[in-house]
Write a protein that binds this ligand. Structure first.
Ligand SMILES: NC(=O)c1ncn([C@@H]2O[C@H](COP(=O)(O)O)[C@@H](O)[C@H]2O)c1NC=O
Length: 512
């Protein structure tokens, strides 16, 4: 058995490979490698053996079998302080492998390609790589395992100095198992999606860290932000921050809520959010008009709020936005003039989100103590409902427009939710109340005199006519709600009595 220390390198991502390989050679390691990796090491002018020299077995099946050999795995798994293990190695004339540098076939990147074939995806499932990584990580006391090129420098430094501490070896091993778990979760998801098994026996989603956060919802809580693998389109995890302080935990939640609401609208829209509920929503033919309406919808609550818009922020809108204290502005784009104006506010966070495609977020995950609730995201919208007029009077064209806006907003308000709106603008929002008439009272009180001639939306049906009575008293002219209560007729009768038009959507939008 040779006294020489050995390192096995087999990487798909060749970033930093020649430099790290050289440091290993300089530290007295003999290098062993697979096809493409070996070529790169040779091109760097370094001595390297082929895995086949160790296994006495060729790489076959186009690379499906190259390192999957007992000579490799015995060398990785032998415990150096176990006489039996070492004796067995000696008898089989095998050498130990002391460092393993492996990263895997790019499965996730392959399936993200729009024209990927199943055959391509399957060929990119790495088998030999994870097997070596897992073996080396299990034997971390004796084998150093490196899965991430970002660790090359620290490992090379440690090897050159006192060697790797047990702590560092353990950290590298932990990283390996997280890496292979993440990799397998992506493969599992690929098969799950293709077998229409929406809620399988285990739920194996994994997430990648975007950033550590200074604290959580409150300063005494720790927190970090993770993104879903392959999250696409208009999502917070893909947002580009152009200005301002680092995002906080609450910022991310609120910005996400604002982004989800503004995506409801096709025409220019602006949404202001406070504590995950909209406080002002406006639409218009131009963004300036939409923002102005969102602002006027509740000029008090928008202060210190988060605003999302669905159009490029232009100079005029930026000047208006600059007038008050906003925490964050989210937009598909900011014009240069808008940026020049808004970046004069050092702390104002500006987020640009890719608007080319909508985020693919099939499942909504909510943690509960000791568990996880999984459901489809609520993608129900006006295209998926069949609006039915339940009353004697039909809504006018303008009322119908306002009803649609209020319905698009109420979907995103914490239940029980009521939204009052008029002329492309919300006027009052009652959120998160334990009874529906309570939510209505808050929304109507906020709308005050403006409620006269306005419309109202309710996220769920009216179990009794008290909300209609409150609406009538405030001067509401039309109502939109799911319908479906045993006592719908009582609410219909109350509407007819007061000349209110009422429309049923047949779809509820609870949000907890
Ligand atoms: N089949 C095997 O025995 C095997 N051993 C290592 N690999 C992978 O092959 C890749 C490196 O290949 P190459 O050195 O030829 O570029 C690495 O991502 C490594 O994880 C293998 N490939 C797939 O399973």
């Amino acid at each position: 058995m040779s006294e020489k220390k050995r390192a096995l390198l087999s990487v798909s991502d060749k970033t930093g490979l020649p430099g790290f390989a050289k440091q290993l050679v300089d530290n007295g390691y003999e290098l062993v490698s697979t096809g493409g990796t070996k070529r790169v090491i040779e091109e760097a002018g370094l001595p390297v053996l082929s895995v086949s020299d160790v296994t006495n077995f060729p790489e076959i099946m186009g690379g499906r079998v190259k390192t999957l050999h007992p000579a490799v795995h015995s060398a990785l798994l032998a415990k150096r302080d176990n006489e039996v293990h070492m004796d067995q190695l000696r008898k089989l004339e095998l050498d130990t492998i002391d460092v393993v540098v492996v990263n895997l076939y790019p499965f996730q990147q392959t399936i993200a390609k729009p024209d990927v074939t199943e055959a391509d995806a399957i060929e990119n499932i790495d088998i030999g790589g994870p097997t070596m990584l897992r073996a080396a990580a299990k034997n971390f006391h004796d084998v150093v395992v490196v899965v991430d090129p970002a660790d090359y420098e620290a490992v090379a430094d440690a090897l050159q100095n006192d060697g790797l501490s047990v702590d560092m070896r353990k950290r590298l091993a932990g990283k390996v198992y997280r890496h292979t778990a993440n990799y397998d979760a992506a493969i599992a998801a690929y098969f799950t999606e293709r077998t229409e098994d929406d809620y399988p026996e285990t739920y194996t989603a994994t997430f990648e860290k975007v950033q550590s956060l200074r604290y959580g919802e409150n300063p005494h809580q720790t927190a970090a932000f993770y993104k879903q693998a392959n999250a696409e389109g208009a999502t917070l995890s893909n947002a580009k921050q152009l200005n301002g302080k680092e995002l906080s935990y609450n910022n991310i939640q609120d910005a996400n809520a604002a982004l989800e609401i503004v995506q409801e609208f096709k025409k220019p829209a602006a949404v202001a959010v406070k504590h995950m509920n909209p406080c002002g929503v406006g639409t218009g033919t131009k963004l300036f008009e939409a923002y102005q309406k969102a602002y006027e919808g509740d000029p008090i609550s928008i202060f210190g709020g988060i605003v999302a818009v669905n159009q490029e922020v232009d100079l005029l809108t930026a000047e208006k936005m600059k007038e008050i204290f906003l925490e964050i502005i989210i937009a598909p784009k900011f014009s240069q003039e808008a940026l020049d104006i808004l970046t004069t506010k050092k702390n104002l966070r500006l987020l640009e989100v890719e608007w080319t495609k909508n985020s693919k977020n099939a499942h909504k995950l909510t943690s509960v103590s000791g568990g996880l609730l999984v459901q489809d995201t609520d993608e129900g919208n006006l295209d998926s409902v069949d609006l039915q007029v339940a009353t004697d009077r039909e809504p006018t064209e303008q009322e119908m427009e306002d009803l649609k806006l209020s319905w698009q907003v109420v979907k995103h308000v914490k239940s029980n939710a009521i939204v009052v709106a008029k002329a492309d603008q919300t006027l009052g929002i009652g959120a998160g109340q334990m009874n529906r008439v309570g939510a209505a009272k808050i929304a109507l009180e906020q709308a005050a005199a403006k409620a006269k001639g306005a419309v109202m939306a309710s996220d769920a049906f009216f179990p009794m006519p008290d909300t209609v009575e409150a609406a009538a008293e405030a001067g509401i002219k039309a109502i939109i709600q799911p319908g479906g209560s045993k006592r719908d007729q009582d609410s219909i009768d109350a509407c007819n009595k007061h000349g209110i038009a009422m429309v049923f959507t047949g779809m509820r939008h609870f949000k907890h």
